[in-house]
Design a protein around this ligand. Structure first.
Ligand SMILES: Nc1ncnc2c1ncn2[C@@H]1O[C@H](COP(=O)(O)OP(=O)(O)OP(=O)(O)O)[C@@H](O)[C@H]1O
Length: 210
């Protein structure tokens, strides 16, 4: 859960009060309304000029940023693919955060969650944009974080794949008692999660839509 008070950043964000306490939260709003800037603040990739952000009751500015980013993992808009095959690309997230390597079963399960039906030894060079995006999603799911911050996780996916991936993600966080905060432009997702949607307008928001 995030509790935001008096948050200001340049002339981009001005949020007097906001609580993000649903297990799945969608952030929507026009391009340039500050969604990504805000999401990056939730795990200290951006720092506000003023205001506080509490994460499960603790002021994030007083937490170790690296440790916080292991608990609150962010996946940006542009998929980052490393050299090697799918297995290497899945394991590297764990390696970089000094966590134990995943078993073959865990790797396969992470691909199933994002609907990526590819062998682990397939090189990544020829994957499509949507496949790369899902590979990156599978990589962050393996991190077993408490909270996932996803910036447009279905931007490169067709409608049917989007439905499969987003609902699988939502089920996963619900089953494991985690939290998911995702920025999306998808009308289909917004419609489905209408009660869990926060709308940004020019850096301001009134919280969850009623
Ligand atoms: N560090 C920064 N310094 C100055 N301007 C910034 C900074 N970060 C973001 N901006 C500007 O703030 C505005 C909001 O950007 P942001 O990426 O948060 O919007 P967004 O709502 O996520 O947009 P989109 O839906 O297109 O991804 C943009 O005009 C952007 O250029």
């Amino acid at each position: 859960m995030f509790e935001i008070s008096n948050l200001k950043f340049m002339n981009i964000l001005n949020i007097p009060n906001l609580i993000i306490d649903r297990q799945v939260t969608c952030i929507m709003g026009a391009s340039g309304s500050g969604k990504t800037t805000f999401l990056r603040m939730l795990n200290r990739l951006n720092a506000p000029d003023e205001g506080t952000i509490l994460y499960n009751g603790e002021d994030i500015s007083s937490l170790d940023a690296v440790k916080l980013r292991r608990r609150v993992v962010m996946l940006g808009q542009t998929p980052v693919i490393y050299s090697g095959d799918i297995r290497d690309n899945l394991q590297i997230g764990l390696e970089l955060s000094q966590k134990l390597a995943a078993t073959e079963q865990m790797l396969k399960q992470s691909l199933e969650r994002v609907g990526l039906n590819k062998p682990l030894d397939e090189p990544c060079g020829k994957l499509s944009g949507g496949e790369k995006q899902r590979l990156c999603l599978a990589r962050v799911l393996l991190m077993d974080a408490e909270t996932y911050l996803l910036d447009e996780p279905s931007a490169a996916l067709d409608r049917e794949t989007e439905h499969f991936v987003i609902h699988n993600l939502a089920n996963y966080v619900q089953e494991k008692d985690k939290q998911l905060v995702m920025v999306t432009h998808s009308q289909a997702i917004a419609e489905h999660y209408r009660d869990c949607t926060i709308l940004f307008e020019a850096g301001r928001t009134g919280g969850y839509q009623q």
